[in-house]
Design a protein around this ligand. Structure first.
Ligand SMILES: Cc1c2[nH]c(c1CCC(=O)O)Cc1[nH]c(c(CCC(=O)O)c1C)Cc1[nH]c(c(CCC(=O)O)c1C)Cc1[nH]c(c(C)c1CCC(=O)O)C2
Length: 343
């Protein structure tokens, strides 16, 4: 059996010290990331440059000795591989061509036609599985169908996902067909990442919190469940982390309903609540407020100890509740890691 700490936690083991990594650990808060990104030209060129994408993935591992490395890529590469135009507006975020009708959906490629575009991502995974320290776990990922669909339908990020909700409510058939295509294509995408060397995969449903009631069941739980069932059929024993961000009460029972080995938690729920209501079903990941990476100090130390303490009686992977932000101070990350490991 592997003795990698992340894999042990994902199998349900309670460890004396939780393993740790951070969402967006390769990111703009690190000067070495900014330098490599400048060398690549722009963000998307960095994602598709396997050598440089592997380099930025390794940077936070060298600096902090995290227990996991997450493949450097983006959830929007998959819709791009399906034929959508994608670009990033500096200082604003992603922009995409939109799909809002049955005719528009027909112009996209099929689930098996994505691999030419995504080949550099698989190559990044292969480089990483050779170059990572032997104790570090390599995590692959994709966006959950709902979250990716919100960008494809609106053509950009939005606070309330109004365009995707509108399509869901006015043309449920087309909306469900978009979700189905993304579910099928995500299975193929993650499967190739696993074949290339990803040891764990994580499904990011950043906007799950805006789905309520039956919609949450149909478009957050069900696509995730279908992806996990098929991935585990193809890759028996593959550990899978699901992140239905801001699901609130929806976190309860999410692991059982989807088959996920671990539920990642955002910081809108307290760790004490999550220990009582979510960790009772298995491993959890999270959930310190990323703002402490900006503010630091005693508050950071206390918040770190609180998360460790709340989850100490069950399987836990320490992480932030969302990605670390560009304003974060790299020294605060060291302080968090030292506090986790040395008490
Ligand atoms: C919604 C979403 C996206 N991308 C992602 C999500 C889901 C998770 C979340 O909620 O954050 C996921 C993602 N994006 C990135 C990763 C790589 C792995 C990691 O370090 O966690 C992962 C897992 C790199 C990235 N993806 C992006 C950056 C910043 C790009 C840069 O260098 O300019 C990084 C490091 C850009 C991106 N990509 C996306 C947005 C909205 C933005 C712009 C916002 C921002 O500027 O932070 C789409």
């Amino acid at each position: 059996m592997s003795d990698k700490t992340i894999l042990r936690a994902l199998k349900g083991e309670t460890l004396p010290t939780p393993p740790v990594w951070m969402m967006r650990q390769a990111g703009r808060y690190l000067p070495e990331y900014r330098a490599t990104r400048a060398q690549a030209g722009d963000f998307l060129s960095l994602c598709y440059n396997s050598e440089l994408a592997a380099e930025v993935t390794l940077q936070p591992i060298r600096r902090y000795g995290f227990d996991a490395a997450i493949l450097f890529a983006d959830i929007l590469l998959l819709p791009q591989a399906l034929g959508a135009d994608l670009w990033f507006e500096t200082g604003e975020g992603p922009r995409m061509s939109t799909v809002t009708s049955a005719e528009g959906l027909k112009t996209l490629k099929g689930k098996d036609d994505i691999h030419d575009t995504l080949a550099p991502v698989y190559e990044t995974v292969r480089i990483l599985s050779r170059e990572l320290p032997k104790e570090t776990t390599l995590i692959g990922f994709c966006g959950a169908p709902w979250t990716v669909a919100t960008y494809m339908i609106a053509g950009r990020g939005s606070k309330d996902q109004a365009a995707a909700h509108a399509l869901k409510d006015t043309d449920r058939e087309t909306f469900a067909a978009i979700i189905d295509l993304l579910t099928d294509a995500s299975i193929e995408y993650l499967s190739k990442q696993v074949e290339a060397g990803a040891e764990v995969v994580k499904i990011f449903d950043s906007w799950a919190g805006s789905l309520k009631g039956q919609d949450f069941t149909d478009f957050a739980v069900e696509p995730t469940r279908r992806m996990i069932a098929e991935l585990k059929r193809r890759h028996p024993g593959l550990p899978i982390i699901a992140f239905p961000r801001e699901a609130g009460e929806g976190y309860i029972g999410f692991a059982k309903a989807t088959g996920a080995d671990c539920v990642a938690l955002d910081n809108s729920v307290t760790p004490e609540w999550a220990a009582a209501n979510v960790q009772i079903d298995g491993c959890v990941q999270g959930n310190m407020d990323p703002r402490h990476m900006v503010t630091g100090g005693d508050e950071l130390i206390e918040a770190t100890r609180r998360v460790v303490q709340a989850f100490r009686n069950g399987p836990h992977i320490f992480n932030l509740g969302h990605g670390i932000t560009p304003e974060a101070n790299p020294d605060n990350v060291s302080l968090m890691v030292e506090t986790i490991r040395n008490g």
